[in-house]
Design a binder for this molecule. Sequence first.
Ligand code: XMP
Length: 516
Amino acid sequence: MMDDKKEKILILDFGSQYAQLIARRVRENNVYSEIVSHKITTAEIQKVNPKGIILSGGPASVYAKNAPRCEEGIAALGIPVLGICYGMQLGCQMLGATVRPTTAREYGRTACTFNTESKLFKALTRDAVVWMSHGDQVVELPAEFESLAFTNTCPFAAVKHKRKNFYAVQFHPEVSHTPQGNQIIRNFLYEICGCAGDWKMHSYIEKSVSEIRKQVGEGRVICGLSGGVDSAVTAALIHRAIGNRLSCIFVDNGLLRNYEADEVIKTFKENFTIDLHAIDAQNRFLEKLKGVTDPEKKRKIIGHEFIEVFKEEAKKISQAKFLAQGTLYPDVIESIPAHGGPTVTIKSHHNVGGLPAELGFELVEPLRLLFKDEVRKIGEELGLPEELVWRHPFPGPGLAIRIIGEVTRPRLDILRNADRIVIEEIRKAGLYRSIAQCFAVLLPLSTVGVMGDERSYENVIAVRAVETTDFMTANWYRIPYDVLEIISSRIINEVKGVNRVVYDISTKPPSTIEWE
Ligand code: XMP
């Protein structure tokens, strides 16, 4: 956890799909937040000394046999509590209210009227839309409660306990479908919890720099660069802390997009003057991949080869004791099943970067408390180029899993050229940041075409673009037809060996984002 001087909001997770979203919303309002299990004890909470507590939503009914609960003493700690959805039902029930299933489950955008005299709803318009998603609701309140909002079917859409510092909302202020939701969260943080708002990325940088110095002392750190934002920000942050005692390793496995290796070298060697070991291992990887068509075999070979190359290079960097990794907060939050899980929720997830613990390094993970959007802000503050900071995720096995079938140099060239065109046109159309991931795939088949008077028999390129926030589920992105048209005609005209372009319109699940 963060040091005790920092303001903190604890989010007790009851299995909500939105727990991470609540945490991000709080942080976007400049207050640090952490997700913890609902089983956290009052003693543990007191040790953390948070400015406020949020009880998340969750899929259970408070009357279910194994419904997740929290300690009743939480409401008596004097720390402000905000219950959201299930968190409201549970909190209110613990304080004497009656909760019952509704006859019709209330779901979706719902008109709501707020008592704007209340601290929680300060600066809101009286009538607005909120996002509801619940089966149970509070139907009877003891006299110590006050209702702060209502909808057509929900007389207690928001409530407050008159003596205890307990507030609750039946709707979800954390989702964008509740337009005034952010103001409600701000009000809880600033009007009710009395936060000062000390979670700012530039102060995080300062703090992280001093922590890195403390951990590393006079030691040397090795950091693997992949070309992605997480490892880039990790390196830039550590470089700020310890300067030339950072050595970076960048392995060009021959499976990168055409600008990637150059960009990494330019940014880190030239701009940051970091000790960068850029290794051209293209032949090694391609040799090992010869004749391999099975996706999992490709992954294994590439992963194994990467470790070998990295180890060989790391050996040359004498006296390095530390290995930096770009582990992020979502990797660290233990999955907290609402009906089980241990009491303390955070555990280290050390193998995210794909390097085995046997390498014997002590890990430095300066991003392990951050969400991706915070990492990007830090990248911008540290002066990393915009294209790098906002880059779409790119899989470790690279283009090998976007060439269906055998990976060969000619096929890599075709895919690289097609992929470059897709990305160029997406950027030109101003769509790059609204798409989560976008790329070209080379299919293992040829189709008939006609070029001039000639019959052609050439490759097919598939274009994939998805929107998603968690990459666990994804929808295909609706790229406008005119942009698709330019992409298609440019690829067919400019990339030798392609005579057909198709667009992937599959959602995940049941499809995956990558084709292999
Ligand atoms: P899928 O294809 O499973 O992808 O829907 C979800 C996200 O994970 C990325 N991905 C990988 N990343 N090594 C990686 O580092 C892999 O083997 C791998 N496979 C998929 C994918 O690009 C997407 O962002």
